[in-house]
Design a protein around this ligand. Sequence first.
Ligand code: BGC
Length: 737
Amino acid sequence: MDIEQLLKEMSVFEKIMQCTQLISSFYRGTKVEDNAANAIGPYTQLGLKQEDIYLAGSVNFLSDETGAMLPASELRRIQKECMERSPHHIPTLFVQDVIHGYVTIYPIPLAMAATFNPDLMERCAAMAAKEASMNGVDMALGPMVDLARDARWGRVAEGFGEDPFLGAAMAKASVYGYQGRQDKKAKISYEHVGSCMKHFAGYGAPEAGRDYNLVDMSELTFRSFYLPNYQAAIEAGVSAAMSAFHAFDGIPVTGNKKILKTLLRDELHFEGVVMSDYAACTELITQGVAENEEEAAYLSLEATCDIEMMTTVYAQSVPVLLKQGKIKMSQLDDACRRVLTVKERLGLFIDPYRQCDEQKAKTLFLCPKHRELAKEAAEESAVLLKNDGILPLPKQGKKVALIGPLASNPRILGTWRCGGQEKDSVTMLQGLQEKIGANNVVYARGCDIDYRGTDEREIPLAVQKAKEADVVILCLGEDEDDSGESASKTNLTLPDIQKKLYRAVLAVNPNIVLCVFNGRPLVLTEENETARAILDCFFPGSECGHAIADLLFGDANPSGKLPMSFPRNVGQCPLYYNHVNTGRPRSDEYHRCWNQSAYIDSPNTPLYPFGYGLSYTKFAYGPLRLSKKVLQQGKADSLTVSCDITNIGPCDGKETAQLYLRDLVGSVVRPVRELKGFQKVFLRKGETKTVSFEIQEDLLAFVASDFQKRAEPGRFRVWIGSSSDVIDGDEFVLNKE
Ligand code: BGC
């Protein structure tokens, strides 16, 4: 497609409408609007006429009034109408929040980070892309790569946790999975979809963990910790970026030129399309930086926000702004060009339907291969937090009681489950019955999942069943919608009613295996004291019951590692392992200490640290070996640090060996340790393998006070271990050039 020629031919209004994203229900002739449309009303309320909607550059929320995803035939119909009714027959772009699966749902992104397995992440995202694309979706609004340190923020479920090294690896893998691995500007195949990283930038650090709230942090912190994930997605060739809702340095990002233009485009060389988040352009008015729609449109376009999502401040105001000379035609052309370019990259000008096919899509959804992959991911993401030896359970000879509001509950897909349906998820009860036979499992719900629940009437029956059993598998945690967008919390313990159930069961049977379902780190301090085992399942997706049953009964061995620190109490949030040292670091976790950076009523340390996770086997780490102790600066020098890991336990298993570094003296305060490498290795019982990491100068680089990234000569401490609380380690020196 000759985009420049097309631009010359398009009218101003056509260009503006390419920069407008609408909702699919506008095209469906329905009076009843779905949830998203409810928020903004019918298109007439946006000041649009019916013929205008066919000019919209992109369409979002591809579902019907019941929330069910639209079939390919319907997207084809809408596309055909757009093509026919728009003067230049420009295809629209179908975008959708494909976050962790399309119809086959794999674990939530936070859980995917717990796999420490970017290859698996890539394969899962590719599976989602294939299903989505075959059903007519052109672009996934994912991955969400916002680094997050505060478990109160519900959207931690959608991201990859607290660490930028792990986050960047997962961000890259997701983009590769969605778009395929190819050159930044190359065509995206019809088996893949475009990928939109979000929410640029720093959206994961809202004050007090409250969604959409102000983000206020130093540029040093932002650049050191929050920026790398976005950079990784850009390096992987991500074709779109979504601007964040919040105010950053005083200006909401959608109208923030410093963030979108100067940083994202000029400095990070992002060449793709930028879209606002939902209605964020008009929220510039609510946030008080724009008086009216005209000002909102001006700020957004000046900031180089190309597409406005679900509002029409561009349609209403850009003609006026152009007339007044406040914005230039070239600005509108640039925005429109970027939208057209992404369509070109997706092959929409060649085939506006991108070969989507309803029947073929159906054969992909939940096919055995896809279910198998979802199961593999669910198995690898679960984190064994505690085990006194009760796990794995024997398949015979024990009476098992399965209790809890998540025990026979299909709501285990998690937030943004797209086309995933409850009827297709394998519950814990189904999984257990298949594994050990229906007659060997007794079930009681015990209480409702609602965190506001107070009804205790089901507890006695659960207690009765627990009494008669040898072991109780208790399935507790959050409802799948209690983490995610708009789901911030001030209390991170299990809901009161579930605590009551837990205590009542514990009183009659101490053999509790607690399976936790959660979209964020929870406070499990009490349960850690009293349960015999705790398995953190997150929200495992469609194959939940099969995967978790395999883990509980030893047909699979847990290998997940925490991507976020689990606090002892909510007052510790935000909590993260890669903090800097204070001048008065706490020396003793268990006593009140004067003049030290501490709480008087809690240790500083988390209940479970970042990178932590047990296995049914045991891994012994041998001493560290450094190929040399001195690295020369500026000489492309490298040293290798390695150690032997031996599986000294009773079964085969996977271990994630983690490399941590500490720069002991720097021109700015440096974190007490930082993840700088990881390798997941499979070790047979009794087997020893060597893991090696190469350290070069660029791995030691950090953002200094002039915001430039470089390594500084001096001493470094290095560790290889099974979590971020690894001890011992060794030292080496980076010598001055
Ligand atoms: C969310 C985005 C999402 C968008 C469109 C917003 O509320 O913040 O992450 O992509 O809705 O679906």
